[in-house]
Write a protein that binds this ligand. Structure first.
Ligand code: NAP
Length: 246
């Protein structure tokens, strides 16, 4: 019998699970997206878009759609969604697995200043700094008060309002996986600080480049999440699903 699996998505891991389970006979997969990306890349499974209306809304959704398992494959900084998943799955007794990709670790000799959140990152930037800001298009607001800092902002999608910061430049596109390319970009803009979330995953090249160029990196620590069963990647989630089948 085919069971329903809800994957909370917005990440490469959610895409990998959807690709692996497209056409699967054991699981019918629905990937849920928040709706932040205007034109999300197509997936080979059903997609639903938009919030559920908090933990209670998610619990209702699980019941109404007879969901039998949830994989929280959201970004490590999607704190609210991950917390809601724990509450709703506990309430409804639906098995929940979280994918938590390993955090990046500091390369030897790199200068990292680890901060708790975006506000702290914005506060500690030295006046006159030229900052490569790679925190995501929805996380720029805390930096808007720093009109004494110049920002090179990289986002995946163009924002309708352009650059919402007083001084700087916007580059649109995915992160490069080449430290040399990231170093070229930082040198060309005379960058003196990198600010990034400790997202983990494939976008480490900017941190390697900052280390090579002896540019201090301000690294935003991951939010604390309520406990849940956790694996490191999509392969771990697929193993968990196979175990649930048995
Ligand atoms: P968040 O702060 O944890 O979530 C805020 C609200 O957005 C949630 O309470 C939920 O609304 C809705 N939501 C979030 N993820 C959802 C999903 N996958 N499906 C349906 N509704 C969702 O999350 P966020 O940090 O804004 O991230 C939003 C999405 O972008 C996530 O899917 C995440 O994987 C992706 N993403 C985030 C980052 C980042 O840096 N935060 C980076 C890359 C990708 P309701 O309470 O109404 O259900």
């Amino acid at each position: 019998m085919t069971r329903r699996l809800l994957v909370l998505g917005g990440t490469r891991e959610a895409r990998e699970i959807a690709t692996a389970l497209a056409g699967d006979t054991a699981w019918r997969v629905v990937v849920s997206l928040a709706g932040a990306t205007k034109e999300p890349a197509p997936l080979p499974v059903e997609i639903r878009v938009g919030g559920f209306g908090g933990a209670d809304g998610l619990a209702r959704h699980l019941g109404e759609n007879k969901v039998e398992a949830v994989v929280d494959a959201t970004h490590p900084f999607a704190r609210q969604m991950s917390a809601n998943a724990v509450t709703a799955c506990t309430q409804t007794e639906v098995p929940l697995l979280r994918i938590e990709r390993p955090a990046w670790t500091r390369p030897a000799a790199a200068e990292w200043i680890v901060v708790a959140d975006l506000d702290e990152a914005a506060r500690i930037l030295p006046s006159g700094a030229r900052v490569f800001l790679t925190v995501g298009a929805d996380s720029l607001e805390p930096f808007a008060c720093r009109d004494d800092v110049w920002f090179l902002v990289r986002t995946m999608e163009r924002r309708p309002d352009g650059l919402p910061l007083p001084r700087g430049k916007l580059v649109v596109g995915p992160p490069s996986q080449s430290p040399e390319e990231e170093a070229r970009l930082m040198r060309a803009h005379r960058v003196t600080r990198l600010v990034t979330k400790n997202a983990g995953g494939t976008a480490f090249a900017k941190l390697a480049a900052a280390a090579d160029l002896e540019i201090p990196a301000i690294v935003i620590d991951r939010p604390r999440l309520p406990p849940a069963e956790t694996v490191a990647d999509a392969a771990g989630a697929l193993d968990w699903l196979r175990r649930l089948e048995g």
